[in-house]
Design a protein around this ligand. Structure first.
Ligand SMILES: [Zn+2]
Length: 426
């Protein structure tokens, strides 16, 4: 006789792009067997009253150490601050970072992410080396600190190891590998030993040459790995690229063969019509980080046109100015409303489907437990639940995370953040 199934029976399950009553059956390893109308005979039923199950959110773009800039980088200096002055503040943080501090802040921030509803994070990791560019005895010391932090926090981590070769400023020495061969060898080495998915991330057109992008694209294609890059975040970057290479950052990546369905192009804030077509045609993922893009005064991407052209969508908490997937979804819609003077640009259920983990038979169950009694959801009819979550809720509606590896609902407080932040800025 096969072992009994576990039946998770909430009031509602987000399944097939909508909320409806349902029972999720899991096998002994926590994998989804089926979603049914009622518990199957002989299953052990866990009734989750006044709760809805929603697959966990994917945080597709994170620089976890930047969490220590929250509040600190907001300087009232007569409206002269911009992306580039923020970057100087970030570099002063880079100069202070130690392996111990990185592990502390990553543990605390990954806990904060998990508590907010992110259950998977793709870390765009560019802080590789010691102060002055000195290599650690284990060249992957800082990557391993992130892996340890994610394990402690109970979040699934994917590392996008950044390639950063043009590094004129002293702080950038910590990001820089010797050359493209060195960067690729180190990425292979990390991939072979990390025990988690590892992709490659040519940082941006500022940091990697067109030839470097082509090498990274080949690497990712041959290994079936993801390629992530910052693309067209700032007008100055686009202007510089046009002057230096005679083409936009998007055209440069396209000519280097860097676009495909596994490519994650981050920000895409300043695009021309041809850029939009190129990205859409490739089926690449547009990773939009609206709270960071607002915080850094980047601008508003042309998301409706990108999606119409064929791009996929992901969200990221990026600089950690905010860690709340519900805020990111609301911002996607609200930024578009403010720009266009029109309402209702995105289907909320489609936004939830695009930004959460796939949950189908055979997948390990990875569900958020949403409190239907939470103040933000009181009085919301079932038919409007997806809209209320995407546009009217925040992370406080998440009361737990069901994941086989973590044994069910665990809510942890980022206690470590207090000591790490105060010690650094004291
Ligand atoms: Zn970024």
């Amino acid at each position: 006789m096969s072992p009994a199934l576990t039946a998770l029976q909430p009031d509602l399950v987000f399944n097939g792009g909508r909320f409806a009553p349902g029972v999720v059956h899991l096998d002994a390893r926590g994998r989804i067997v089926s979603v049914d109308a009622a518990p199957l005979p002989g299953s052990m039923t866990m009734r989750l009253r006044n709760m809805a199950l929603l697959p966990g959110f994917i945080n597709a773009h994170s620089h976890v150490f930047q969490r220590l800039l929250r509040g600190v980088a907001e300087r009232p200096t007569g409206r002269s601050e911009d992306f580039w002055s923020w970057r100087s503040a970030m570099y002063s943080l880079v100069d202070k970072m130690t392996p111990e501090l990185l592990e502390d802040i990553a543990t605390a921030t990954y806990l904060e992410m998990r508590q907010a509803g992110y259950t998977r994070v793709k870390e765009f990791h560019y802080l590789h080396h010691g102060k002055g560019g000195q290599r650690y005895a284990d060249c992957h010391e800082l990557s391993r600190r992130l892996i340890a932090a994610a394990q402690r926090a109970g979040i699934a981590l994917e590392l996008m190891r950044v390639v950063y070769l043009e590094a004129p400023e002293p702080s950038q020495k910590r990001f820089r590998d010797k050359d493209i061969d060195d960067a690729i060898a180190l990425t292979d080495e990390l991939r072979a030993t990390a025990g988690i998915p590892v992709g490659i991330a040519p940082h941006s057109v500022r940091a990697v040459s067109p030839e470097g992008f082509a090498r990274c694209a080949d690497w990712a294609r041959l290994r079936g790995a993801e390629l992530h890059a910052h693309v067209a975040e700032q007008p100055k970057e686009v202007a510089w690229c046009l002057e230096r290479h005679g083409k936009t950052p998007v055209a440069l990546l396209a000519d280097a063969g860097a676009f495909g369905p596994r490519t994650h192009a981050v920000h895409l804030t300043h695009l021309n019509d041809y850029d939009v077509t190129l990205i859409g045609k490739s089926g690449a993922v547009a990773v939009i980080c609206p709270s960071t893009e607002a915080n850094l005064a980047d601008g508003i991407p042309r998301l409706p046109e990108l999606l119409d052209a064929g791009a996929a969508l992901a969200i990221g908490s990026d600089s950690q100015a905010h860690v709340d997937p519900f805020l990111e979804l609301r911002s996607l819609e609200y930024h578009e409303r403010l720009r266009s003077g029109r309402r209702c640009h995105f289907d909320p259920a489609a936004l939830l489907s695009a930004t959460t983990v796939r949950q189908a038979p055979g997948d390990v169950a990875d569900f958020l437990m949403i409190d239907l009694d939470a103040p933000a959801l009181a009085g919301v009819p079932i038919t409007a639940l997806a809209s209320a979550l995407a546009f009217g809720a925040d992370a406080r509606v998440v009361v737990g995370h069901w994941h086989a590896l973590n044994g069910g609902a665990v809510i942890l407080r980022p206690e470590l953040l207090r000591s790490a932040g105060r010690a650094l800025w004291a």
